[in-house]
Design a protein. Structure first.
Length: 124
């Protein structure tokens, strides 16, 4: 009885099973990479940067014009964010604090567009 042929078939089966599991692992790693890339693309980085710039401009206007005109600017920023970006925005500034021997306003920003919720405190 010749057993050489059985070893060849057994080795072929092992190689086929190993290739199947290797292909399965490669397929799953591609899906994980795609999901991660989609998550990065959904984050509204530029929208938040634009909003931060407008809010810091509001803080400057608050110091320049006082509370009556700055309230209108605040309401405009909130309404424009909701209308153009479908984002709910809340922000407020507090009394200046001593940060590294400088008086800076802590400005708290809350951004929520239904997918991404972002909170930040900026000292300006």
């Amino acid at each position: 009885m010749n057993e050489d042929g059985q070893w060849i078939v057994l080795m072929g089966l092992l190689v086929a099973v190993a290739l199947f599991f290797l292909a399965l692992i490669v397929n799953q790693s591609a899906l994980v990479g795609q999901t991660t890339a989609e998550g990065v693309l959904e984050f509204p980085k530029n929208d938040i940067r634009d909003l931060r710039g407008a809010i810091l401009g509001y803080v400057d206007a608050y110091e320049k014009y006082g509370s009556d005109k700055s309230k209108a600017i605040h309401d405009d920023i909130v309404e424009i964010s909701l209308e153009r970006k479908n984002a709910v925005v809340h922000f407020w500034n507090e009394t200046p604090r001593d940060v590294s021997e400088r008086q800076l306003h802590p400005v708290t920003i809350h951004y929520n567009n239904g997918v991404t919720e972002y909170d930040e405190t900026v000292y300006y």
